[in-house]
Design a protein around this ligand. Structure first.
Ligand code: URP
Ligand code: ZN
Ligand code: ZN
Length: 469
């Protein structure tokens, strides 16, 4: 049965106009004005509402074993919360343990992901490096459509790599034509600062932020950019320019120092992509001052930054210098998981939820607040992540032939974010009390209405694995 959405303001990354979208068998079949639906089609009147492409969140961690726990949203609850918030595609991560084979870790993650309610792709994290890892990077690239490899410059002693390994990954990815994505923090310096703070008895959540200052993120961002450039130079000799470097994608960029490193590299011709997240745009480090260990809910890496960095990122976003707004969705229960770090902030599992809130936050504090246009909103939340990670125009687009992943957003009215009402499987919401303008009224996933007027009708396992190109 087809679905005709009528008279909505259709928003793409390049334009918006009042029109209709007709989909059938999970695919968009027509976009235009005054479309007629075949008999028996469902007709949804979207007058006065926006029609966005389904959100694409390329940075989430469902049921991730991490820091002695497992993130509390699994692929079912996490993708369901996403659908309620207008996100219809995720890209999660395969994160092998040190010395675990990439293929073994891939099989484990694919098994967990099979309960997703929305389509999903996977990045491969490379947490150690030798010839077997290099060979398996090639295998997953060719056989599984895994086109992006993630490295952690933080988390030394666990999943973080050293610079020799990092160069190996950059070089192997360059051979394949794959994209390297990087968590940028000076891992060894963070460990040194953590040790010093704990030795001084500074154990509360706020010291997490003290142990990971923004200049250590800036240093690592600059370093991965330089090492990518070295990879190009090693191939092309002394004549190599920044343009010979393989592209890199900086995940969850939080601060002025990192943005400046990117701007400098870009001005020299190097391709560097930037992702940030709503928490780095909307929160400042005063969140860590909350009493009774409540600051632990905001313990994530990199940490929430001091006042000032947020406007710097908004300005970069507005100027088109930020490619993607993702969530880094990685929740841990405050009462049973974060509490493990009650007497030592280094033991607080890092991460927080956001997948249900991303689209509404970016609409409210981006578009409705006049900071970015409707088109920019769609670009950073839907289209650009789909393009960069090889799933466009199937995802992130409202165009004939694309998957029928659509979001209808009513810009009128308001509500407040709360852990009491959210669908994330976690007991805190870092955006607690934030006012949202408008709401997602309908989410269509692969041609089926999965969320309508607060009613979530997702199907466990309906999501399909996305082989990326
Ligand atoms: O604190 C965070 N960000 N947890 C998830 C893992 C990561 O670094 O992305
Ligand atoms: Zn990270
Ligand atoms: Zn992450």
């Amino acid at each position: 049965m087809g679905i005709l959405i009528k008279n909505g303001t259709i928003v793409t990354a390049s334009e918006h106009f009042v029109g209709d979208v007709y989909s059938e068998d999970g695919i968009i079949r027509a976009v235009g004005k005054a479309l007629q639906a075949p008999m028996g089609s469902e007709v949804i009147d979207a007058s006065g509402q926006f029609v966005f492409p389904g959100g694409v969140d390329p940075h989430v961690h469902m049921e991730l074993p991490f820091m002695g726990g497992v993130s509390s949203d699994d692929f079912y609850t996490g993708t369901a919360a996403g659908v309620a918030g207008g996100t219809t595609t995720i890209i999660d991560f395969i994160i092998p343990n040190r010395n675990q084979s990439l293929l073994d870790a891939r099989d484990q993650t694919l098994a967990k992901a099979s309960k997703a309610v929305a389509d999903y792709g996977l990045h491969m994290a490379v947490t150690w490096f030798d010839d077997s890892v290099k060979r398996d990077m090639g295998r997953v690239f060719r056989e599984d459509g895994i086109q992006s490899f993630k490295i952690f410059m933080a988390y030394r002693g666990a999943i973080g790599v050293d610079d020799v390994e990092l160069v190996g990954v950059l070089d192997a990815a360059h051979d394949l034509g794959a994209l390297v994505t990087s968590h940028c923090e000076h891992g060894d310096a963070v460990v040194a600062l953590q040790k010093r703070l704990i030795a001084q008895g500074k154990t509360e959540p706020k010291y997490h932020a003290h142990s990971r200052p923004s200049f250590l993120e800036g240093e690592a961002t600059n370093r991965v950019i330089a090492l990518a450039r070295a990879t190009g130079t090693a191939r092309n000799g002394h004549d190599a320019t920044a343009a010979d470097a393989p592209p890199v994608y900086i995940v969850h960029l939080t601060c002025r120092e990192s943005m400046d490193a990117v701007t400098r590299a870009r001005s020299e011709g190097q391709i560097v992509h930037v992702e940030t997240c709503p928490q780095y745009l909307l929160l400042d480090d005063s969140v860590y001052d909350q009493p009774n260990f409540e600051g632990a809910a905001y313990v994530m890496s990199p940490p929430i930054r001091p006042h000032g960095h947020q406007d710097y990122l908004w300005n970069a976003l507005r100027a088109g210098q930020v490619d993607v707004v993702a969530t880094d969705h990685c929740p841990f229960m405050q009462e049973t998981q974060k509490v493990k770090g009650l007497h030592d902030f280094t033991k607080i599992p890092n991460g927080a939820a956001g997948i249900e809130n991303r689209m509404a936050l970016m609409y409210t504090y981006g578009v409705a607040a006049g900071r970015i246009s409707l088109e920019q909103f769609v670009d950073v939340c839907c289209t650009r992540p789909a393009k960069l990670f090889g799933i466009h125009p199937r995802k992130g687009a409202i165009t004939v032939g694309a998957d029928a992943d659509l979001v209808i957003y009513d810009p009128t009215g308001s509500y407040r974010v709360s852990a009491k009402t959210h669908r994330h499987n976690v007991d805190r919401n870092i955006f607690e009390g934030f006012e949202i303008k408008g709401r997602v009224t309908t989410t269509i996933v692969n041609g089926r209405v999965q969320f309508h007027d607060g009613d979530l009708r997702v199907e466990r396992g309906a999501g399909r694995y996305l082989r990326r190109t």
